[in-house]
Design a protein around this ligand. Structure first.
Ligand code: PLP
Length: 260
């Protein structure tokens, strides 16, 4: 699919994505209701790693503002292109169709040597899982003169050895350590369930994450900014919300046609 500003997307793709977005938003609202909250309490991050820019633009037209990518290079490229296109539109007086409040989320494993190129474009980093990485983000951010970078601590709640994230038992201590680091603000926790055919198997993990999140809040070490719990993807986002997620990261459910 072409990436140029004039690129159009096929009518069928447009319909699929539009219908999917509506369905995901409805399901989010229902799940929020079941956990005594409303849709406004949940941030939907559209994970756009598998789609092209015209599809991202379509979502923006439909009011979406939060986008997640798992590779730094792709995120930076996309953020820069969108920024330039929208700047141009604003210069031409077409500002209504060129929002300046698009938020890019880094959700994938992050190498320290990529931090510098990412920071100017980033709204929130979901995948911080070491003191060294957090310190690198803080140092680079300060050098670039940026306000404190919002980070989430990634917890390996399923404790699978091949997965990124710190062990749950280490979360409180890491958050505590990071509160004294200038240049970052720890705004919450992030986790993934396990890949499964039965998403109910993820519920206990999400419940444990919520307990951990509450424990850290109760300890008062992280301050009022510590209020995000990023968990749940296509297979399990409604369950994650029922268990207390404030932010879900959804890709396939937005972009693939329903198999039913
Ligand atoms: C790809 C990805 C998602 C979204 O996955 P879907 O199953 O397509 O919804 C969420 N979180 C992370 C960390 C991802 O890499």
């Amino acid at each position: 699919m072409a990436e140029g500003p004039g690129a159009v997307i096929p009518a069928q793709t447009k319909k699929t994505v539009t219908d999917n977005l509506k369905r995901v938003q409805d399901r989010i609202a229902e799940a929020a209701g079941r956990s005594k909250r409303t849709a406004d309490d949940i941030t939907l991050v559209a994970v756009t790693k598998t789609v092209e820019l015209p599809v991202i633009r379509l979502l923006i037209e439909q009011g979406m503002r939060h986008f997640g990518e798992n590779r730094v290079q792709q995120m930076v490229q996309r953020a820069a292109i969108m920024h330039e296109q929208y700047e141009r539109r604003r210069t031409l007086g077409e500002g209504q169709s060129a929002p300046d409040d698009i938020c890019w989320h880094m959700i994938g494993h992050l190498q320290r040597n990529k931090v510098g190129m990412m920071l100017p474009w980033i709204h929130m980093v979901h995948s911080v899982d070491s003191l060294r990485l957090a310190e690198e983000i803080a140092e680079r951010g300060k050098k670039l003169g940026l306000p404190p970078i919002q980070i989430l601590i990634q917890v390996n709640i399923t404790e699978e050895p091949q997965k990124y994230g710190i062990p749950p038992a280490a979360a409180l201590y890491l958050v505590e350590q990071l509160t004294t680091v200038e240049g970052i603000t720890v705004v919450g926790l992030m986790a993934m369930g396990e890949a499964t055919d039965d998403p109910e198997t993820c519920r206990p993990y999400f419940a444990r994450m919520y307990e951990l999140f509450e424990e850290i809040r109760y300890e008062g070490v992280a301050g009022p900014h510590f209020r995000h719990l990023s968990m749940g993807m296509t297979q399990d986002y409604t369950i994650a919300i029922e268990e207390g997620a404030t932010m879900v990261r959804v890709g396939s459910a937005l972009f693939e046609s329903e198999a039913e």
